[in-house]
Design a protein around this ligand. Structure first.
Ligand code: 13P
Length: 253
C-alpha cells in the first residue's frame, strides 16, 4: 500500500507551550501506526527542535517545516535554508502552500528551487497545489494544477521525483468549512496521478502519496481518505484540536 499520511499544518497558531500541550495530548493517545502510515506535524520554525525531540521515540511520527528558502545560503535575512533544516534532522517541509503563494508571492519557478534544495538535503517536500474559486467555477482546474506541477516538479529525474509528497488543496476549501466532495477530490487526485504518469510512468505515479487539504475535519476524514487516490490529508484548523486530529489519524487507510 502507498504511504498514507495525516499531516497537521499548525500555520501561525499556538504558543510554544500550547504546541507542547497539543502534541502531548496527541501522543498520549498512543495510536499504533501501521508500517505504511505516517503522522507529520508542520510547525513554526522555532518549535521544530522541540517537536523532533518529543517525537524521537515514536515510530513514523515526524516534524515538518512549513516553508524553506529557495536560496542555498547567504545574505537573505529572515530565511531558513533546507540545509539548516537538514542540520536539525528535519525530514519533511511543506512547499508552496497557497497562503505562501498568495501572501508571499511564491512562484512555480521559486518552488522548483525549494523542492530541489529539499530533495538534495534529504527532506521530503510536501508540495502543495490547487486552484482558486474562479478557476474551479470556470472549469479549468485541471489545466491550472497541471501547470503548477509541470513548472515546479517536471525538471526532476524519476529517482528524485519519487521522494516527494503532493498535497492537493483547492483554495476555495481552505479554512472555509467548504470541503471538496469525495468525487471532486478523487477526480483531481486521479488527474494529478495521470499527469505524473504521463511524465514519469505508472510505477512512479502509483508510488507518490497525494494528500487532500481543505477543511478536513474529524467528521469527513474517513470518507475522503477512503477514495482510492487520496492518501491522507494536510489539515489546518482541525489539527489544532487534539481530539479531532486523533480521529483524523485514525481515519488513515
Ligand atoms: P483547513 O484545514 O483549516 O481548511 O486548512 C487547510 C490547509 O491549508 C492545510 O495546509
Amino acid at each position: 500500500m502507498r504511504t498514507q499520511i495525516a499531516a497537521a499544518n499548525w500555520k501561525m497558531n499556538l504558543t510554544y507551550r500550547q504546541g507542547e500541550e497539543l502534541l502531548d495530548e496527541i501522543l498520549d493517545a498512543d495510536i499504533p501506526l501501521e508500517a505504511h502510515q505516517r503522522v507529520v506535524f508542520a510547525v513554526p520554525f522555532p518549535y521544530l527542535i522541540m517537536v523532533n525531540s518529543e517525537l524521537a521515540d515514536e515510530n513514523n511520527y515526524f516534524a515538518a517545516a512549513q516553508n524553506c528558502s529557495d536560496k542555498r545560503s547567504g545574505a537573505y535575512t529572515g530565511e531558513v535554508s533546507a540545509e539548516m533544516l537538514q542540520s536539525i534532522n528535519i525530514r519533511y517541509a511543506v512547499i508552496g502552500h497557497s497562503e505562501r503563494r498568495e501572501y508571499f508571492s511564491e512562484t512555480n519557478q521559486a518552488l522548483a528551487q525549494k523542492a530541489a534544495l529539499c530533495l538534495e538535503a534529504g527532506i521530503t517536500p510536501i508540495f502543495c497545489c490547487g486552484e482558486p474559486l474562479n478557476i474551479r467555477e470556470a472549469g479549468t482546474q485541471n489545466n491550472y494544477v497541471k501547470t503548477q506541477l509541470e513548472e515546479s516538479l517536471f525538471g526532476f529525474s524519476e529517482g528524485r521525483i519519487s521522494g516527494i509528497v503532493i498535497a492537493y488543496e483547492p483554495i476555495w476549501a481552505i479554512g472555509t468549512g467548504k470541503t471538496a466532495t469525495t468525487e471532486q477530490a478523487q477526480e483531481m487526485h486521479a488527474f494529478i496521478r495521470s499527469v505524473l504518469e504521463g511524465k514519469y510512468g505508472a510505477d512512479v505515479a502509483e508510488a507518490i502519496p497525494i494528500l487532500y487539504g481543505g477543511s478536513v475535519k474529524a467528521g469527513n476524514a474517513k470518507e475522503l481518505f477512503r477514495c482510492p487516490d487520496v492518501d491522507g490529508g494536510l489539515v489546518g484548523g482541525a489539527s489544532l484540536i487534539g481530539a479531532d486530529f486523533i480521529k483524523i489519524i485514525h481515519s488513515l487507510k
